[in-house]
Design a protein around this ligand. Structure first.
Ligand SMILES: Cc1ncc(C[n+]2csc(CCOP(=O)(O)OP(=O)(O)O)c2C)c(N)n1
Ligand code: SF4
Length: 532
């Protein structure tokens, strides 16, 4: 199984009643595996995509409130979107077991940053699980629900791209029945009024020693002795694998970490026994920083002192160089697999929209298009060079608004249909409320193209949403982008650029990669979208 699949299978075997998620690499395959699963269908497990990570997190919390087990999946930046609900879920606590899976992306294979979400677990002050391999991912999810229910807190599992997207054999455990519907014992538990929240927060703080105790006795935190005490290794999650690839038998004592908070006893032991300690962790120097302390007094080595690169993924060679105190070299990528710039597919509707937009904007000059995250972000590259920004999901409309407020008129936002319903709607409402002169292009291809063609919550709803938010009917313009009506598109865009208020242009054409999705093609026909 892929790491993602092992997580999905374990969640089903542990008796979840639902998964909630929004697609994002490298987490998407968790939900897709459950959606395809016969077991999920037979057990009536909830498997629909949510509008965004916050709605996923909150729906899962509702399911947990009702006593059932549930799992939430997202890419690392998704936890920024879900953070309000996530942090507060540590204060409410849970009723049915709840695990949040954050799939982090060190080296930014397909992300805007490489944030390490172990910090979110620490921030929320809840237990974190970090598997080293696919089997452990399965086992941790399976027992993670027990951990969550034992301490009444959500549990965070943090994985990284390599683990999510590599395969190994996985041994399954028995399938558990789903929890019965049951309300929380304390009827006030989930009402975070300050008087309740203070009590709940104290409970969470009091539980911290129990979390540490659990970590110290966890099978996922293992201390292995070694003869050579000149060096001790603390290896977190998948970094343990990179270490193992260098040694058949470890010459040094090794503490492998799979469960946080850090096991105090074992960490103290390795720190006392060894002359130096090298911390191997994929992501930020999370553990290293804790051990070094603010004054950097300890004999701890890792990413902070230059033993390992400060950013990017680890690998076995970097680990070996750090052990031998050699200068590490970032290996050159063989030309056969050298990075190639991603490009939009031939026949993609975004391309025709950009060609028209570029022409319509030519009289105003460059630097006016605020884009968003999706396949259309690739319009940044040649030959289009059509956009100036891409920051976070939804930021196109709000950044265009801010720029227009500053006097950059016309300002244009380009956003995809899925990103629009993820977090574009509220920005549009801001613009409508102030009648800010911006032109919003919602490039609708009926799907979440960039992550592999998952359902889009926007399907058949975009015009209604825009009307509902208050965009004037005559400034909601739908067109079919293709080369044969290019001049007409340019004319239409030029008209809206001149409008002193909010206008929405909806270029609408199906993503060519979803043409074989018969269900989607049928839905599009039913909704009459193909005729617009
Ligand atoms: C907070 C967050 N969640 C998820 C993602 C992963 N992701 C990248 S683009 C995208 C959506 C793309 O869909 P859409 O806006 O419809 O554009 P398309 O790719 O179809 O052109 C998603 C989910 C992300 N980058 N950030
Ligand atoms: S996957 Fe779809 S939306 Fe993305 S570039 Fe290809 S055709 Fe366009």
């Amino acid at each position: 199984m892929l790491g993602d699949e092992a997580i999905a299978q374990a969640a089903m075997d542990a008796g979840i009643s639902g998964m909630y998620a929004y697609p994002g690499t490298p987490s998407t395959e968790i939900m897709e595996y459950i959606q395809r699963s016969k077991q999920a269908k037979e057990s009536k497990i909830h498997t629909r995509w949510s509008s965004n990570e916050k709605t996923s997190m909150e729906s899962a919390l509702g399911m947990s409130y009702a006593g059932k087990r549930t799992i939430v999946g997202m890419k690392h930046v998704g936890l920024n979107v879900a953070a309000d609900a996530f942090i507060n879920s540590a204060i409410t606590g849970v009723n049915g077991g709840l695990i949040v899976v954050s799939a982090d992306d060190p080296s930014m294979h397909s992300s805007q940053n490489e944030q390490d979400n172990r910090f979110y677990g620490k921030f929320a002050q809840i237990p974190i699980l970090e598997p080293a391999n696919q089997q452990e991912a399965y086992d941790m999810i399976y027992v993670g629900f027990e951990l969550s229910e034992k301490f009444n807190v959500p549990v965070l599992m943090r994985i990284t791209t390599r683990l999510a997207h590599s395969r190994s054999a996985v041994v399954r455990k028995e399938v558990k029945p789903q929890n019965a519907l049951k309300l929380p014992k304390d009827p006030m538990q989930f009402i975070l009024l300050p008087s309740v929240a203070r009590v709940q927060y104290r409970k969470l703080l009091e539980n911290f020693d129990n979390f540490v105790n659990d970590s110290e006795n966890s099978i996922f935190n293992e201390y292995t002795d070694g003869k050579d005490k000149s060096l001790g290794i603390i290896a977190c999650g998948i970094a343990y694998n990179y270490y193992l690839e260098n040694f058949e038998e470890s010459p040094y004592p090794v503490l492998r970490i799979g469960q946080y908070p850090l096991p105090r006893k074992q960490v103290t032991k390795i720190m006392e026994e060894c002359d130096e300690v090298l911390v191997l962790e994929d992501g930020y120097p999370f553990v290293e920083e804790m051990l070094k302390g603010y004054l950097a007094k300890e004999k701890v080595r890792g990413r902070l002192d230059g033993s390992l690169p400060r950013d990017g993924e680890l690998n076995p060679n970097l680990v070996l160089a750090a052990i031998n105190k050699e200068k590490f070299e970032v290996e050159a990528i063989p030309s056969a697999v050298a990075n190639r710039l991603p490009a939009m597919c031939v026949g993609c509707g975004h391309i025709d929209a950009y060609i028209a937009l570029n022409e319509a904007l030519s009289e105003y000059g460059k630097g006016r298009v605020f884009a968003d995250i999706g396949c259309y972000t690739l319009g940044a590259y040649e030959p289009y060079q059509a956009i100036s920004t891409c920051v976070d999901m939804g930021a196109s409309i709000t950044m265009a608004k801010g720029a227009a407020d500053a006097g950059l008129i016309p300002a244009v936002a380009v956003i995809g249909d899925s990103t629009f319903t993820h977090s574009g709607i509220t920005g549009l409402l801001d613009a409508v409320s102030e009648k800010t002169p911006i032109t919003v292009v919602i490039s609708d291809n009926y799907t979440t193209g960039m992550t592999g063609g998952q359902d889009s919550q926007a399907l058949g709803k975009i015009e209604d949403i825009c009307r509902g938010v208050g965009v004037e009917e005559e400034h909601i313009r739908v067109f079919h982008p293709n080369p044969s009506n290019h001049d007409e598109l340019v004319k239409l865009v030029k008209e809206e650029l001149k409008y002193n208020g909010v206008s929405v242009i909806i270029p609408r054409r199906q993503c060519v990669q979803t043409m074989k999705n018969k269900e989607l093609v049928m839905k599009v026909k039913e909704l009459g979208l193909n005729k617009k």
